[in-house]
Write a protein that binds this ligand. Structure first.
Ligand code: GTP
Length: 600
């Protein structure tokens, strides 16, 4: 296809602002999917995506469109590149944006712009994409397009009257939007005769075909039966098939400058085909890769354990399978006194962690316990040596010269009436106000710098509940800062229970210790002897509870000589013991660990 006739764009939108519905409508209007084949949210392929209503993996689709000006019709090809909307996947978003010349900024006309949308908008503006602002859901009675048009105009500096108004649901305005995309978004530019360079913006594992790599060709051409090279690793692969998606994959003779499509090389593991990497030909290939490639780096770590220890091999299998489709997921075996055999897993963020756990439980039918998540710490030891800690149990006993923790820049957007309560919350999480802007008279944007550890637990939930669900949040990494952090251990009868150890700021140590000892007192059944539960920082005890002793004599109830009843009771007690873990002399039912580790 002549690059002049190609338009590549993505849709930037907040969750639920109607991106999938609009994409569906575009598929239909361009004739790519017939009305009767249409199923809701055609592009969201993963079941979990559909249920949670979020887009996890970028998908892309080719749309033909004819524009008539002055009685002359011209055929165009548009590529819609779908971007994930959640903060954890910012890197994937940035790569998807890199594959486009323009972006549709889609905003719910009853909600206004949200923090993540704003963050992605800035990302797109940074990359000089042409922005087409659009208000969606104008069919809603609650829609207030005039108000939100003013807000958007204020942010991107355009005329409020130039903002398109559409409804993905009824289809109103969508034809005009497609025309505008052709008119406003520039055609891709590249060197058709130069060495091939194509950017990977997504790769997905397919059971039958192996890894399917989605690419945007920047220079040259990608053709089947040619050997290609992944420039970040230098590894070469036979290119078995290239093609386009419209909406199902279809093999083609090749992809030229500006074209978006897929490539299959027969590799089985997405880590061989990394998002952001540049593909070139093995012979006469490019010498300079496209810029911006980054290795996926886990930001949040947590232990994952099977509730039933005999599921351990199944969990390993499942993790291996998931990793084929998720280059950002890392794991290694670990053992815990309390929880047995499991894995230490690294994730991009909290949502990534939740989704992974949910997929493991659902797709692989596993029951799992996860330990409290933690971020990655950097310590400078007394001898001046640098060490990285991703697991509280690796925290050194000795004194450290300095401890660093990762920090993030957060943006919160909310109705202005909540400014006070949001500030209070951010300050209680060690946040530092960076700035505040009114987007309109009634909505405000607050910027804080905060330790990442304070965000990853329940910050978003706390924010939502304090603002009745009206606040939205975005964050990005912003380096590290030195902090007074300590490890709090929880001891049962003097014995540390590894799964409960946590790294916290020293001002929060007492609160954590208190919370955990109280919780465990409730959860652990009384034993034949008294059991102290203590929280400690190093050798210093900071909180203590006691579980009083009982004499547990189940047979006492069975007066009379009913021997079979006695036997039954004894067997039942034995059954119960199997699911007990012994910490020192204390027997703790597995459920107590599960309950203590589940967030409240
Ligand atoms: P993510 O995939 O999670 O990012 O969400 P999304 O932005 O793709 O939103 P989706 O298309 O799933 O729409 C969210 C909800 O809004 C659904 O219940 C849609 O039916 C509804 N919706 C989408 N577009 C419109 C519209 O134009 N009008 C009305 N009334 N409802 C809409």
């Amino acid at each position: 296809t002549d690059p002049e006739r190609i338009r590549n764009f993505c849709i930037i939108a907040h969750i639920d602002h109607g991106k999938s519905t609009l994409a569906d409508r575009m598929l239909q209007l361009t004739g790519v999917v017939e009305a009767r084949q249409m199923r809701a949210q055609y592009l969201d392929r993963m079941d979990i995506e559909r249920e949670r209503g979020i887009t996890i993996k970028a998908q892309n689709v080719r749309l033909p469109w004819q524009v008539t000006t002055d009685g002359v019709s011209t055929d165009y090809v548009m590529h819609l590149i779908d971007t994930p909307g959640h903060v954890d996947f910012t890197y994937e978003v940035s790569r998807a944006l890199e594959a486009c010349e323009g972006a549709v900024l889609l905003v719910d006309a009853a909600q206004g712009i949200e923090a993540q949308t704003l963050a992605n908008l800035y990302l797109a503006m940074d990359k000089d994409l042409t922005i087409i602002p659009v208000l969606n859901k104008i069919d809603l009675p609650a829609a207030d397009p005039d108000r939100y048009a003013a807000e958007i105009a204020h942010i991107i500096g355009c005329d409020p009257d130039d903002i398109l108004r559409v409804s993905g649901k009824t289809g109103a305005g969508v034809t005009e939007l497609l025309d505008e995309i052709v008119k406003l978004i520039p055609a891709p530019v590249g060197d058709a005769d130069g060495p091939t360079r194509a950017m990977i913006f997504d790769s997905v594992y397919d059971t039958y075909r192996g890894v399917v790599t989605y690419v945007r060709v920047v220079d040259g051409r990608l053709e089947p039966r040619v050997k290609v090279e992944m420039m970040s690793t230098g590894s070469t692969h036979e290119c078995l098939e290239v093609g386009i998606v419209s909406p199902e994959p279809k093999a083609s003779k090749g992809l030229g400058v500006g074209e978006v499509g897929y490539l299959i090389t027969g590799v089985k593991d997405v880590r061989q085909s990394k998002v952001g990497d540049t593909i070139t030909t093995a012979r006469n290939g490019a010498t300079d890769a496209l810029t911006g490639y980054r290795e996926p780096r886990p930001m949040v770590y947590s232990g994952l354990y099977p509730v039933d220890g005999s599921d351990y091999p199944d969990l390993r299998d499942a993790l291996e399978k998931l990793q084929l489709n998720d280059a950002a997921l890392t794991w290694e075996p670990e053992t815990s006194v309390a929880l047995g055999f499991g894995f230490r897993c690294g994730f991009l963020g909290l949502l990534h962690m939740e989704i992974t756990r949910e997929r493991l439980e659902r797709e692989f039918d596993l029951d799992l316990i996860s330990t409290a998540p933690n971020v990655v710490y950097r310590l400078v030891g007394e001898d001046g040596a640098d060490m990285t800690v991703t697991n509280p149990s690796d925290w050194p006993d000795g004194k450290a010269q300095a401890i660093f923790e990762p920090i993030v820049k957060t943006t919160v957007i909310a109705p202005s009436e909540f400014v006070g309560t949001i500030m209070e919350l951010c300050q209680s999480r060690r946040g530092e106000l960076g700035g505040m802007d009114y987007l309109s008279e009634t909505r405000v944007e607050l910027r804080y710098t905060m330790p990442m550890a304070e965000i990853i637990f329940d910050f978003f939930d706390a924010l939502k509940s304090r603002t009745r669900g009206y606040a939205s949040l975005d964050y990005e990494e912003a380096g590290e800062q030195e902090s007074a952090l300590v490890k709090v251990d929880i001891l049962l009868q003097g014995e540390a229970v590894d799964a409960f150890s946590a790294i916290v700021h020293k001002d929060g140590a007492f609160a954590y210790g208190n919370k955990m000892t109280l919780k465990l007192k409730e959860l652990i059944p009384r034993q034949q002897f008294e059991v102290p539960i203590q929280a400690a920082v190093g050798s210093k005890i900071i909180a203590r509870e006691n579980i009083r002793a009982i004499r547990k004599d189940v047979l006492a109830k069975c007066y009379g000589g009913d021997i079979s009843r006695k036997r039954k009771l004894l067997e039942k007690q034995k059954e119960g013991k199997k699911r007990m873990k012994t910490i020192g002399r204390v027997e703790v039912p597995q459920e107590a660990f599960v309950a203590a580790l589940s967030s409240d």
